[in-house]
Design a protein around this ligand. Structure first.
Ligand code: B12
Length: 140
């Protein structure tokens, strides 16, 4: 719990997407677990995620996408992070990625190819996200 407090996590819903409920659930669960969460809400651009992460010295950016345009909205985020000096930031994406692919593993592969460290399927429970963050941010 104490070690989590030192890690700031930026969350938000990317693009023109207004589905806020899951993102809020996640924000509350991560805060309750002890992480320092900066919630940007809906309609967040790639640049807003990056600026918030720089301003707060965040360890991770968690992007939500529900409305089916996730691939287009997320393309290039990793490159922009690196250009902005966020070389090692942890990037997760989740929600309902619905990329017009047949199954989840295709969607996951696509998002990993775009530079995300992990991609999460619909109905992911907050405890699974906390477990992943603990592994990726607190392991050393
Ligand atoms: C409520 C809802 C709406 C509401 C949203 C209200 C609001 N302001 O939030 C309204 C009516 C506005 C709406 C609009 C639309 N919607 Co809608 N909506 C839903 C619905 C029924 C529920 C979403 C929800 O709140 N779920 C509950 C929360 C708790 O779950 P969650 O969001 O999945 O989040 C959990 C996990 O996914 C995960 N998670 C979420 N984000 C992240 C991020 C990370 C990093 C991680 C690790 C995990 C994670 O953790 C959360 C907690 O467990 C879904 C169908 C469904 N059953 O999912 C469709 C759905 C998401 N909508 C859909 C669509 C198409 C639309 C519209 C485009 C419809 C239209 N033609 O206008 C518009 C888009 C408007 C816009 N600009 O965004 C589609 C998306 C299809 C796709 N992705 O391929 C869905 C799946 C319905 C469907 N089956 O077709 N919608």
């Amino acid at each position: 719990m104490g070690r989590r407090k030192k890690e700031t996590i930026v969350t938000g819903v990317i693009g023109a997407d207004c589905h806020i409920i899951g993102n809020r659930v996640l924000q509350i669960a991560l805060t309750d677990a002890g992480y320092n969460v900066v919630g940007l809400g809906i309609l967040v651009s790639q640049e807003e995620f990056i600026l918030a992460a720089i301003e707060t010295n965040a360890s991770a950016i968690l992007v939500s996408s529900l409305y089916g345009m996730g691939e287009i909205d997320c393309q290039g985020l990793r490159e922009k992070c690196i250009e902005s000096g966020l070389n090692n930031i942890t990037l997760y994406v989740g929600g309902n990625l619905g990329l017009g692919k047949k199954n989840w593993s295709d969607n996951e592969e696509t998002m990993l190819k775009h530079g995300f460290d992990r991609a999460f399927p619909p109905e992911t429970m907050p405890e699974d996200v906390i477990k992943a963050l603990d592994q990726d941010l607190l392991a050393n």
